[in-house]
Design a protein around this ligand. Structure first.
Ligand SMILES: C[S@@+](CC[C@H](N)C(=O)[O-])C[C@H]1O[C@@H](n2cnc3c(N)ncnc32)[C@H](O)[C@@H]1O
Length: 218
């Protein structure tokens, strides 16, 4: 499934630009594996944006809800630096094992803690505040993820969330018959974020739409 809101030419251009500064063998491997298995990673254009957004808020501690085999965590690990921390969550122990392999080879595993199980339970069992919470779980969970994340973020931090346009269906309201309830949940989520007086937010229409919400008040 392709999720390129801006169209393939624009998306290709953004991917090319994102490669100007950074590529690595491990990224190549992860992208090839995602392509081969049809695994939904964010890809390099969004990855680069996540790194930039995390750096913009000076993130040292990132909480990921839905980490897969560690592709988006790779970009956050770059942003937080060698003394930073990325806490990953995923329901699949296989994904956790694969993430350890990739991120170890990338020299980033030392700054990663990976919790297997429900993402919100993983966040609840992690002490402290976060500079960034990034959400990429199954889309029916989005409203609950934002509610939980909003309280755990430091003022000055950011909430980021992938797939908030859902191939444009979030804008049109057209239902996704393959995933009943997901469009409605994404729309509820987007409204919640947009209306929350603690946040200044907008959806950036890279690939499938990335929510970027800066927390400006407690
Ligand atoms: C879209 S993929 C994540 C991709 C990853 N963020 C990346 O770009 O590299 C979603 C992942 O979240 C996991 N997942 C979905 N819902 C979850 C939940 N409620 N709790 C924990 N993991 C969940 C799935 O197993 C899957 O690996």
């Amino acid at each position: 499934m392709r999720e390129e809101i801006a169209g393939p030419e624009v998306e290709r251009y953004l991917v090319e630009l994102s490669a100007e500064q950074h590529r690595s063998d491990v990224l190549d491997e992860m992208e090839a594996r995602a392509e081969r298995d049809g695994f939904p990673i964010v890809g390099p254009a969004v990855g680069r944006f996540l790194e930039a957004a995390a750096r913009a808020v000076g993130a040292r501690r990132v909480m990921e809800l839905g980490s897969g085999f560690g592709y988006s965590a790779y970009w956050f690990a770059r942003a937080v630096g060698s003394d930073g921390e990325v806490i990953c969550t995923d329901g699949s122990a296989d994904n956790a094992r694969d993430a350890e392999g990739y991120l170890s080879r990338a020299g980033a595993w030392g700054r990663v803690a990976y919790r297997v199980g429900d993402a919100l339970a993983g966040m609840a069992s992690t002490d402290g505040d976060f500079d960034v919470v990034y959400c990429d779980v199954d889309k029916d969970g989005y409203p609950e993820c934002f509610r939980a994340a909003a309280d755990r973020l430091l003022v000055g931090g950011a909430y980021l969330c992938d797939n908030t346009l859902w191939r444009g269906m979030a804008a049109t309201g057209e239902p996704d018959n393959r995933h009943p309830g997901w469009v409605e949940a994404i729309r509820e989520h987007n409204r919640l974020v947009a209306a929350d007086p603690r946040f200044v937010s907008q959806i950036v229409p890279i690939r499938d739409g990335v929510m970027f919400a800066v927390k400006t008040a407690a």
